[in-house]
Write a protein that binds this ligand. Structure first.
Ligand code: GLN
Length: 536
């Protein structure tokens, strides 16, 4: 029998439910228990692919081509599992499934309602991994008490009623705010949130309390009394310098032990605590005297909202674990900033990430030009590669005003364009070139040095491509296409005589794992370290 851990959130959003779910999953995994995590998002969008990154952060892409919540990236990195369509659910896609069934007449004349039809579909999705994993962690997005999350919480209630209690464990994540004027941590919002949950019929077995300050015994006693949760099941979750420290913090409070006991789980081994040491690189660094600092600039449109570049951020941070005496500073620069060039002069590496639409494009092209000419390590991801091709076309091949047809439909030199398959798109959602595609790398290139193999498989999310008609012309001027999909579509570009200038049409950041950082980020960080030492 499969076991289920339900994770709900209260008081406010953004309490780190995704990281908590992944950290708990990791602890169970370290005991030899197999785990997968399923996310439920209560919004009506069928997937986050059509949402502005300011509202939702990065859109993560799975191997099977699903545009998903960024928490799936956290699950993949922590657990080293491959997520898919089965790991991500939204109210929109659940309603769409039910409505499609209704249109096909599959409800035999029933009035289709939230209870039971929507809740049945939600419950069906709770069990998709029941035969494959020992434990399914089910993270319900949103905040308890929201109208839109009600059908999900109701589905959890029904599921618990229909299954045995010792197969189910409820965790509620809340906030204990600190009130400066009275120097006090306040438990009332948590009490209210748990009350709300109990009103709907769910009793938490464990509370994870986010707080800026340590939660002492008297506070735990109070929460325990009002919320009906035993004191040792009240877990403190303080702000951490790295999210990778959280599994250890939970372990020290016996979160794994309590869950394993309650669910009667069969642990196959004890946790090797060396794992925590390996992951806790910030602590390791504190002990080293000579720390070099390198600075990487990410030049994009959402510079004030770093969640928009979450997987890139994590890939860089994790790549720097291996460079133990180097501290990495990542800065986000607005591509429309008029002083961009004078700013990037202070960096040891430049990344132009993926993106859509015209805004900020010319700034990105200027920054790429500067890093090409001044030999600053450069990595262009998806749109970043497309901008690098435009820059080379304009400035090396002298194709005046060369552009992507995404930004200038009538450009004389469409070096980036939409190819046939993408021309007659009816819906924008879910119709890009999505998910993993294979490509082949050409030997004796930077790309080959990085991967050290020919066949690679990487995740994509784009509509436009390098226009194959321009390959020969641009290759004469110094650009080199070092990987192709099916021998025709350019997947990686580079230039000669530069320490690191790489553009990739795919998103390497999506396949970085905690202990398997994508080689592109590893080598890029190495190149930045080298650049910084030459500069000095
Ligand atoms: N806007 C570009 C395209 O659709 C790049 C997309 C991206 O960077 N993910 O092809």
């Amino acid at each position: 029998m499969s076991k289920y851990i339900f994770i709900t959130g209260g008081v406010i959003s953004s309490l780190g439910k995704g990281v908590s779910s992944a950290s708990i999953g990791k602890l169970l995994q370290l005991h030899g228990i197999s785990v997968n995590i399923i996310k439920f998002d209560p919004y009506i969008n069928v997937d986050p692919g059509t949402m502005n990154p300011y509202q939702h952060g990065e859109v993560f892409v799975t191997n099977d081509g699903i545009e998903a919540d960024l928490d799936l990236g956290t699950y993949e990195r922590f657990l080293d599992v491959e997520t898919s369509k089965l790991n991500t659910n939204t109210a929109g896609d659940i309603y769409q499934t039910v409505i499609n069934k209704e249109r096909k007449g599959e409800y035999n004349g029933d009035t289709v309602q939230i209870i039971p039809h929507i809740t049945d579909e939600i419950k069906r999705r709770f069990t998709v991994f029941k035969n494959e994993y020992d434990v399914s962690i089910i993270e319900i997005g949103g905040t308890v008490g929201d109208i839109e999350s009600l059908p999900f919480i109701e589905a959890v209630r029904q599921f618990q009623f229909e299954n045995e209690k010792n197969n189910i464990f409820n965790i509620h994540i809340t906030l204990i705010p600190y009130i400066k004027s009275s120097y006090e941590l306040k438990t009332k919002p948590t009490q209210h949130s748990v009350n709300k949950l109990r009103e709907i019929g769910l009793c938490p077995d464990m509370l994870i309390c986010r707080s800026e300050y340590s939660i002492d015994k008297s506070i735990k006693q109070k929460i325990s009394k009002f919320c009906n949760v035993r004191e040792n099941y009240i877990i403190e979750a303080l702000n951490e310098s790295s999210i990778y420290n959280i599994p250890e913090k939970f372990y020290k409070q016996k979160v794994d032990f309590l869950i394993i006991n309650n669910l009667n789980l069969n642990k196959r081994k004890e946790i090797d605590t060396n794992w925590f040491k390996k992951i806790n690189f910030y602590n390791l660094r504190k002990r080293i005297r000579t720390i070099k600092k390198i600075r990487i600039a990410i030049i994009g449109k959402y510079s004030k909202f770093q969640d928009a570049y979450k997987s890139i951020n994590e890939s860089l941070n994790l790549a720097s674990i291996e460079e133990i005496n180097t501290e990495l500073e990542i800065c986000y620069l607005e591509s429309e900033n008029n002083n961009l060039i004078s700013l990037i002069n202070n960096f040891d590496g430049i990344i132009v990430p993926g993106g859509f639409g015209n805004r900020g494009i010319e700034g990105k092209i200027k920054a790429i030009n500067y890093s090409r000419e001044h030999k600053i390590p450069f990595l262009g991801i998806c749109l970043g590669m497309q901008c690098a091709i435009i820059e080379i076309a304009r400035n090396l091949a002298k194709l005046k005003n060369a552009n992507s047809t995404e930004f200038d439909k009538n450009t004389k030199y469409p070096v980036i364009k939409i190819l046939d398959g993408q021309k007659n798109i009816k819906y924008v959602g879910g119709t890009m070139r999505l998910g993993h595609y294979e490509s082949e790398i050409i030997k004796k290139t930077l790309a080959f040095n990085i991967y050290n193999k020919i066949k690679i498989s990487e995740r994509h999310r784009h509509r436009y491509e390098m226009n194959p008609e321009f390959i020969t012309r641009l290759e004469k001027e110094g650009l080199f296409v070092s990987a192709y999909h099916k021998k025709v579509l350019p997947e990686i570009i580079e230039i000669r005589n530069h320490p690191f200038f790489l553009g990739v049409q795919f998103h390497p950041e999506f396949i970085t794992r905690l202990e398997k950082v994508h080689p592109i980020f590893k080598e890029f960080v190495k190149a930045a370290i080298k650049f910084s030492s030459i500069k000095k």
